[in-house]
Design a protein around this ligand. Structure first.
Ligand code: ATP
Ligand code: MG
Length: 281
């Protein structure tokens, strides 16, 4: 599939100079603004996967929420298909929200415990599409099988799943409306390596089948090495490194990236070589 062909495609999502501050403190009247994002520029091409790295508290989840339109930046623009999301008419913004989904790390906390898996997966379908009860049931079955669960799982409640299974339910919910982008915020971090690897394979298969792009927030370099085409590093409020993992690279890496990858290398130059062989033949 064409990671190599897609380089010149129009950006699906683009962060153009995003700024975001939060107010800190306040108990003793010492409220201060804390600038988290200080001019973030980053583009996501259709069907691509960007790994977003950064130290804890660097603003990755904040940027993820801004990408989804859940939170507004103080300054700067998020462009979807070239259009600023804050200028969109309501119908277009709804379309943007429909096409941008999210999977969080804490799947138990992001589902309604009183809903069955079937109801959880059906939620976005009900909000956005009208269909008969029979068609809805068939669609739910389809989605559950796509993520490697069984039809019978539709009737189970969140506490009756393992962490990995529930994460699959959340992925099924995220793909229900055939989105163009999924923000995965530490979505596989709490899972063991075998389940992690299965979910990554599933995400890659979905990308190949449906051209979904991912903004993949993770501290785990092994995971990113497997799935990401690019690696963006958020440091001191800005993207200080944007490495194309499909190309060999000569220049030195930003110290913030070196600090993050530390001793965990395989060197990124090695990933590039491997990915080149795997992707561009
Ligand atoms: N709603 C909020 N109100 C106040 N401060 C916030 C809010 N959301 C985030 N912050 C602050 O913004 C900074 C960035 O938070 P964010 O959750 O985006 O970091 P992160 O890179 O995702 O970290 P981690 O890797 O630990 O998940 C932190 O200092 C956090 O305390
Ligand atoms: Mg976070």
């Amino acid at each position: 599939m064409g990671t190599c062909e897609k380089k010149d495609a129009m950006d699906l999502l683009k962060f153009d100079g995003i700024h975001k501050s939060y107010t800190r403190g306040g108990m003793f009247g010492d409220r201060q603004r804390h600038a988290v994002l200080k001019g973030v520029h980053l583009s996501i091409a259709p069907g691509s996967c960007i790994g977003l790295l950064g130290r804890s508290g660097s603003g990755k989840s904040t940027l993820g929420r801004i990408a989804l339109g859940i939170e507004a930046p103080d300054a700067g623009t998020v462009l979807y298909d070239g259009a600023a999301i804050d200028q969109m008419p309501a119908a277009r913004f709804r379309d943007f929200r429909r096409n941008n989904q999210v999977v969080f790390q804490n799947s138990l906390g992001s589902v309604n415990p009183r809903f069955t898996a079937g109801q959880i997966v059906a939620e976005p379908l009900k909000n956005f599409k009208s269909s008969t009860a029979a068609a809805l049931k068939e669609k739910i079955n389809d989605l559950l099988t796509q993520v490697g669960l069984r039809r019978e799982d539709a009737d189970k409640y969140p506490h009756q799943f393992s962490g990995g299974e529930l994460q699959r339910v959340c992925i099924a919910r995220a793909i229900a409306l055939n989105p163009r982008l999924i923000v995965l915020d530490e979505a596989v971090s709490s899972l063991d390596m075998v389940v992690q690897s299965r979910i990554i394979d599933l995400l890659m298969a979905l990308r190949d089948a449906a051209g979904i792009a991912y903004l993949f927030i993770s501290h785990d370099l092994r995971v990113l090495a497997k799935i990401a085409d690019r690696l963006a590093v958020l440091h001191d409020g800005r993207i200080v490194e944007d490495v194309d993992l499909t190309e060999p690279r000569q220049q030195a890496y930003h110290p913030a990236l070196i600090e993050l990858i530390g001793a965990v290398l395989p060197p990124i130059s090695e990933w590039s070589k491997r990915r080149n062989e795997a992707i561009c033949v």
